[in-house]
Design a protein around this ligand. Structure first.
Ligand code: ATP
Ligand code: MG
Length: 570
């Protein structure tokens, strides 16, 4: 088990485990598991579960966390998902060692257990149609009705179940059900299905099976087979716990893990469901599972998030028993904190405006020293070229500056970062459109490096690049994928796609970046001064066109929220 996480503060699950260890329950073993269904890519909600399960294992001596694919649903696309899930867990910094499992590896054993249940009179083959089963189930306020097949003799059940397995029946013609209590207030206990016929090959077991075990039945038994001590899951499984325990109680199993539920992560302006995320992928509303706007681990990675920032986020949100929604600003805060420490600063102009320094010699170029990371002197410095023609940001100039606008304006002097003071002496516009084409400026040679020997103050420092030395780049700016903080709200029919933000991606194609970025490798991260943190895109960036994704801006709304919370009287 390897993880670089420090020990997180305790929570109710860790307290339960500590107490179990104290009383030597499970002979001091701690075995958890992360059990994704390979039906999509992992999202940030899964990261919470991964950090919790692998985290707990790593904090305990000899603790182990199993990686288990819950692949009870036959389907052909699973392999891509399995590979992506493994890659994501590893990228997050966790290692299952030799403990990689598949629920489908237990199909033989699960079948044997089902035969045992039948023999004990605890399961029966039901031949009602799906419609009828639904009808017989009752509602939250009304008890269900017994199936007419409930009293089938054991021998008949054994015979039918075997023939189900042998492929004698059509899909849906029979199911195997646990015989519990059709009047139970808990609907999960009203004779739930444990096996169904599905004549479909499975990506691991091929054509061997045409009956497949249901999730609830498979999950508790897989946990038991693997000797899991603590089976940690999300709150929606609380009502399934009686069934989890019932199945293990009926069978002669050596290990009966404890199921513990915690609140799932919900994130504002986001959705946490593989099924819904899949819809966005399939409809082309996003460009694949790893679209940098997606809340998937692969999307966050491509966007420039670091594993450390995600682990840090998961630690800060903690583990509780009550559902809540976490502000996405906290996730952004976490990545900013990490990137602030580790990224080199560079200059990049997103929307260039040409500046000509009239008193700077035509053919001259000079190299100026720029600090790579003021947070970390060890990162050293670099040289950036300065010449007569530069680019600055369009928004850093106003012909008619409003009050409190301190950046460049006609007649005004500002500092160019690491370079000189410059003063605007002219504006060249397109005669027809009035668009500003170029600024004419002068520089003060005495201010080299950005300071003035006569103590003259300027109120703004701008980033810039030298026109002829700079590189062209595409920069992709991202906004929330959804317009609403809660796009999943049921009260508007759960129509999450209607709330997609049409402006969640803005691609700027004529950006200019400093020449040191010529060797920027895909995946590398930078702070563009004053613009935020950026990551070289791993799919679309090439030697010909540099493509950067903005991971996050510099502005920190979370820091503001935190400050406001501190100032509020308790
Ligand atoms: P989805 O609806 O996105 O498919 P799921 O719960 O069906 O989610 P699984 O693949 O079954 O997805 O999940 C694997 C593990 O991750 C489970 O233990 C599940 O409880 C946990 N998990 C899933 N979503 C979240 C979430 N939003 N917050 C915390 N844990 C989660
Ligand atoms: Mg699922």
């Amino acid at each position: 088990m390897t993880t670089t996480n420090s020990h997180p503060s305790s929570d109710f699950i860790r307290n339960i485990i500590a107490e179990d260890l104290r009383i030597n329950k499970n002979e001091g073993r701690v075995v958890t598991r992360f059990p994704p269904e390979p039906n999509g890519y992992l999202h940030i909600g899964h990261a919470k579960s991964i950090c919790l399960n692998f985290g707990i294992a790593s904090e305990n001596k000899d603790g182990v966390c199993h990686m288990r694919f819950d692949d009870t649903n036959p389907s052909k696309e699973d392999i891509e998902y399995i590979e992506s899930i493994k890659a994501d867990v590893k990228w997050l910094g966790f290692d299952w060692g030799k403990h990689l499992y598949y629920a489908s590896d237990y199909f033989d054993q699960l079948y044997e257990y089902a035969v045992q249940l039948i023999k004990k009179g605890k399961a029966y083959v039901c031949s009602l149609s799906l419609e009828e089963i639904k009808e017989y189930r009752g509602t939250l306020t009304e008890p269900g009705k017994d199936s007419p097949y409930r009293s089938r003799p054991v021998e008949e059940n054994l015979d039918l179940f075997e023939r189900m397995r042998a492929g004698e029946f059509e899909d849906g013609s029979h199911i195997l059900r646990a015989k519990i209590d059709m009047a139970s207030p808990n609907l999960n206990m009203r004779d739930p299905a444990i096996y169904r016929i599905r004549r479909m090959p499975h990506h691991r077991t091929g054509d061997k099976w045409c009956i497949y075990p249901m999730y609830d039945y498979t999950h508790c038994l897989s946990d038991s087979i693997e000797g899991i001590t603590h089976s940690i899951c999300t709150l929606e499984f609380e009502d399934h716990r009686p069934l989890y325990d019932w199945i293990l109680d009926q069978l002669d199993v050596e290990c009966h893990p404890q199921q513990i539920e915690f609140a799932r992560l919900n994130l504002s302006y986001s959705i946490m469901s593989k099924r819904k995320l899949m819809k966005l992928v399939e409809s082309g509303d996003v460009n694949g599972w790893d679209d940098p706007r997606m809340p998937t681990i692969s999307g966050l990675r491509r966007r420039g998030y670091t594993p450390k920032s995600i682990r840090d986020f998961c630690e800060r949100i903690g583990v509780a028993k009550k559902d809540s929604t976490v502000d996405v600003a906290l996730l952004e805060h976490c990545v900013r904190q990490d990137l602030n420490q580790q990224t080199p600063r560079v200059m990049g102009v997103l929307r260039p405006l040409r500046v000509v320094i009239e008193n700077y010699p035509e053919e001259q170029t000079e190299e100026l020293e720029a600090i790579n990371n003021p947070e970390d002197p060890g990162m050293g410095s670099r040289e950036i070229p300065f010449s007569r023609m530069l680019y600055i940001e369009q928004e850093d100039f106003r012909e008619d500056p409003p009050k409190k606008y301190f950046r460049l304006a006609p007649g005004r002097e500002v500092r160019l970062r690491y370079a000189y003071y410059i003063k605007c002496v002219g504006v060249i516009k397109d005669e027809q459109t009035g668009e500003i084409l170029e600024l004419r400026c002068t520089y003060d040679p005495e201010t080299r490096g950005g300071g003035s020997p006569d103590g003259r103050k300027v109120k703004a420092t701008l980033h810039w690049v030298s026109a002829i030395h700079s590189l062209r780049a595409e920069v992709r700016l991202y906004d929330h994928l959804f317009l609403r903080a809660n796009p999943d709200e049921v009260k508007d029919g759960g129509n999450f796609k209607a709330k997609l933000n049409p402006n969640s991606l803005e691609a700027l194609t004529s950006c200019r970046v400093e020449p040191s970025l010529a060797n920027a490798v895909p995946g590398s991260r930078y702070q563009f001064e004053r613009q935020g943190y950026f990551c070289v895109d791993t799919q679309d960036s090439s030697d010909k066109t540099l493509v950067f994704n903005r991971t996050v801006t510099l502005r920190d709304t979370w820091a503001k929220i935190e400050k406001a919370m501190k100032n509020k009287p308790q």
